[in-house]
Design a protein. Sequence first.
Length: 166
Amino acid sequence: MLYAILAAVLVALDQIVKYLVRANIPLGETVPFIPYLLDLTYVQNTGAAFSLLRQHTWLLTLISAAVVLVMCWLIVKGYFKNALGRWAAALVLAGGMGNLIDRVLLGYVTDMFQTVFMDFAVFNVADCCITIGVPLLFLYVWFYVGKDEKKEGGADDAAQLPPDGQ
């Protein structure tokens, strides 16, 4: 339940920040945010990261919807057995949902965070969730998937085997 609340709060935060940027910053304009670190620049991104596939918004919408549905299914089925998996799932779900809402309602994703100290793509809260959640998900799969089942299965198998010498 905590992880569902986390995902919902992150989606709400993402949508609130995007709304505030659309309402207060003209398209393409920049406002200082954190000196020497971040500016707020209102960008409408029809593509993925670095505006990849910007001519295929429909494909990105389908991919986002698929990611959200798969993450929901995995969460409901109890696939994530520990906190790392649940944190990763909540972050990926929140990021996917935040950008999916924009794609469906607006036809583009609102981006706003622009790094000042280096040339990098403009991004949003949902992108941050995905950028943190996906590596955590890989770590979860790498370190935990299959290991819990082996422990559980190993204990059951050992209990069913006859003692040595019989």
